[in-house]
Write a protein that binds this ligand. Sequence first.
Ligand code: ADP
Ligand code: MG
Length: 236
Amino acid sequence: MNNDLIKGIVNRAKEENRTLLTEIESKQVIAQAGLSVVETKLALTQQEAIALSKNIGFPVVMKVISPDIVHKSDGGGVVLNIKNEEEVVAAWNSIHAAARGRFPKANILGISVQKMAKPGTEVIIGMFTDRQFGPVLMFGLGGVLVELLKDVSFRIVPLTTFDARTMIRNIKGYPLLNGYRGRDVVNTEYLEKWLVSLSDFVKIHPEIKEFDLNPIFAYNDGAVVVDARVIIESKI
Ligand code: ADP
Ligand code: MG
């Protein structure tokens, strides 16, 4: 674990009076807990976006990066499945136009370029700090299931593997992870390990107050964090 990298990101955010880390910073922080994240790079110019896309390999995803925009896909800040150079240019222009239209005051740092992850079962892992109980981890299914049905489970940190296992099995949608009606079976042991790693990670990093890994794409042979949002404490 590279604690200096985390310290650097946290200190810079504090200097800029930010508590919300950008997606790129958030993914760097979460990767330090041992989770695999979609490789994500910041492009400051259109040329850089083209070069990064070629480097990463098509298809790619581009997203607005701004400390002032919490929900990037609201109003056109995320473009998926970009297949060539022309589409990079089109996405660059449409994301900037959308951000200017919808969030005219937002400070746009650039646009992230990332690999388009292969589709999987969407799950989410979250953490918030309870005043009384300290850090609490949350697990749930992604997409409409979490938004509409609030099908999530919670555990207070620290978590054992057994806690993580029960947490995953306790959600109502668990059969969806277990091959329900011919769906892919998700490797839930892998997710259990992530929950335990995150529990250990937040214990040694109390400056991290909240995070939201939404979505994680889960597969039968692993998982990858596709979007991340980390919130740090406001005072040192
Ligand atoms: P938001 O800030 O609105 O939560 P996300 O980064 O989560 O934006 O992107 C919105 C949706 O786009 C995700 O829920 C996911 O389904 C899809 N998505 C985002 N990034 C990728 C990616 N790298 N590969 C594949 N799908 C992605
Ligand atoms: Mg998201």
